[in-house]
Design a protein around this ligand. Structure first.
Ligand code: MTE
Length: 181
């Protein structure tokens, strides 16, 4: 039986965490994985303020205690004084994965000229892949569509659970794997 993957979904927003507005980013990430993943998974969701120490502690908790193989953050990647999600991510990762940010900015630039304002990054902590997304709900699918084909193989390499995607939505690429007949 395939193990149930746990996916951390972290909304980083002072206003959403204070209840001033409704969190749209977290539910958009949840809906994305519901559409794309066909293997069993469950969400571990958090809504937290733009506080470097709180973000770092949340990421450690999701990776080390909750056993999330993948942790996706939304928000706090821009240049404003309270935007510190990339710094908090860098505080906890052991291996930076710069290709994720590079590719997401590149595809986002075709959508909005302000894509270069996102400092979104990614990296590995233990058996977890942490990926930052911008805070705009529509940026979520725009960015995840670009990097999702490589995520299942990345999770294989860090000894996480087997992730299967619906090829009609996202064709996961695993080098050496034979395409399904
Ligand atoms: N990327 C995509 N795909 N779509 C977007 O709308 N918005 C940009 C950028 N990247 C955007 C995007 C804008 S306007 C900003 S300020 C930065 O992400 C940072 O956003 P954040 O601080 O909410 O993370």
């Amino acid at each position: 039986m395939t193990a149930t993957a746990r996916i951390g979904i972290v909304t980083v927003s002072d206003r959403a965490s204070a209840g001033i507005y409704t969190d749209e980013g977290g539910p958009a990430i949840d809906a994305y994985f519901r559409k794309v993943l066909t293997s069993p998974w469950e969400a571990v969701a958090r809504v937290i303020p733009d506080d470097r120490a709180v973000i770092a502690q949340t990421l450690r908790d999701l990776a080390d205690t909750e056993g999330c193989c993948l942790i996706v953050t939304t928000g706090g990647t821009g240049p404003a004084p309270r935007d510190v999600t990339p710094e908090a991510t860098e505080d906890v990762i052991e291996k930076p994965m710069p290709g994720f940010g590079e590719l997401m900015r590149q595809v986002s630039l075709a959508k909005v000229p302000t894509a270069i304002l996102s400092r979104q990054t990614a990296g590995i902590r233990g058996k977890s892949l942490i990926v930052n997304l911008p805070g705009r709900p529509r940026a979520i699918a725009e960015c995840l569509d670009a990097v999702m084909p490589a995520i299942p193989y990345c999770i294989d390499l860090i000894e996480g659970p087997w992730l299967e995607t619906d090829p009609a939505a996202i064709a996961a690429f695993r080098p050496g794997a034979k395409p399904k007949a």
